[in-house]
Design a protein around this ligand. Structure first.
Ligand code: SF4
Length: 350
């Protein structure tokens, strides 16, 4: 029998397992606290469980651990971790400090099958899905590394599902992980502090809105179908009209707006006409724009626009009443764009 990694098991699933051997419901709450608040590494450390309960747990489950393979620290303080999974695959997790936030960017797949042209992960293909346990353990391990004396999520304030992989292409495990992140006797993330970023799987966006509420970010990057299809093959499956129709079903309001991420590339999507099209496309939605000047990389053919070009683009959007944030590039010296640490280790560069 394959044993279950306890870290990805929901409260409801635990209750069902324990009921099968006549154990009370509150035992599930105790296990949740040991796993996500105390961050125990061993079932035997769950000292308020009876011996028979611990023996039963050991019979069908274990507490898995990701193994840290490599850590890099950028000059701006951004930290990037490469974790090894039990089968030898590796994933990246990036910790970004900004003002009063400490945001962890986590991965949801090994590789990715979406093939976005500007992304190293997309270029290296899809290997496998991460389990909920492997998604959650990135947070637990980083909390343990940066604040071993802390409990739960430690000083990490926000989670973004924006690392390797398309989260909605691993729907069930991702939803399970989000549910567990929000346990108020565990890691205690509020839905406002959890952001899921998608390249635009329209049916799954609709389904997500029905299942769980977290902040939604759409990796948009172009305001016309021809360019978006060129940059992001997913647009040939779900074009802009389908994507925006799905976004309109998501429970967003002016207080809880959808973020549209727009990586701005020199000579491709950085003209004033592009800005006008973008404003027209999403201007009537509860939306904000996160403008991301492209982080140049030798293996990718794209360039970052000149500073003034970006300023003009932002000014144009603001004249149309849009809320725009321009993200400063973090961790550029350690290739903090998704997939770049894994690529560098694979290539023996770090
Ligand atoms: S940008 Fe995201 S969705 Fe696109 S290929 Fe990269 S990891 Fe996948």
């Amino acid at each position: 029998m394959t044993k279950l990694n306890l870290k990805g098991v929901t409260r409801q699933e635990l209750v069902q397992h324990l009921a099968g051997i006549g154990k009370e419901r509150y035992r599930a709450d105790q296990i949740i606290r040991w796993l996500y608040l105390q961050r125990v590494k061993d079932i035997d450390k769950m000292s308020n469980l009876s011996l028979s309960c611990r023996e039963h747990l050991r019979g069908f489950s274990f507490v898995g651990q990701l193994e840290l393979v490599k850590e890099q620290i950028s000059q701006d303080g951004t930290r990037k971790f490469l974790f090894q999974l039990a089968d030898g695959h590796t994933v990246e997790t990036v910790l970004i400090a900004e003002k009063d936030r400490l945001t962890l960017c986590i991965s949801t797949q090994v590789g990715c099958r979406m093939g976005c042209r500007f992304c190293l992960t997309g270029g290296s293909g899809f290997e496998r899905q991460l389990s909920a346990a492997e998604i959650i353990d990135q947070v637990i391990q980083v909390a343990e590394i940066i604040a071993p004396e802390s409990q739960g999520r430690g000083p990490i304030t926000n989670i973004v599902l924006m690392g390797m992989g398309e989260p909605l292409d691993n729907f069930d495990e991702v939803v399970k992980a989000l549910e567990i992140f929000m346990y108020d006797d565990g890691m205690q993330f509020s839905h406002r502090r959890l952001t899921l970023s998608t390249c635009g799987l329209a049916p799954e966006i609709i389904e997500l809105g029905k299942r769980i509420y977290v902040s939604l970010a759409i990796s948009l990057n172009a305001a016309d179908d021809a360019l978006r299809s060129e940059l992001m093959p997913v647009n040939r499956r779900y074009d802009l009209a389908q994507l925006l129709a799905a976004c309109r079903t998501y429970p967003a309001t002016n207080q809880r707006r959808i973020t549209f991420e727009y990586i701005i590339f020199a000579g491709l999507n950085d003209s004033l006409e592009d800005a006008e099209r973008l404003a027209e496309l999403i201007g009537n939605m509860p939306a904000k724009i996160n403008l991301i000047p492209f982080n140049e990389h030798p293996e990718l053919p794209f360039k970052r626009p000149e500073h003034q070009r970006i300023v003009d683009f932002v000014n144009c959007l603001q004249r149309h009443g849009m809320t725009v944030m321009t993200r400063r590039s973090k961790g550029a010296d350690i290739s903090a764009a998704c997939g770049q640490l894994r690529e560098a280790v694979t290539a023996g560069q770090v």
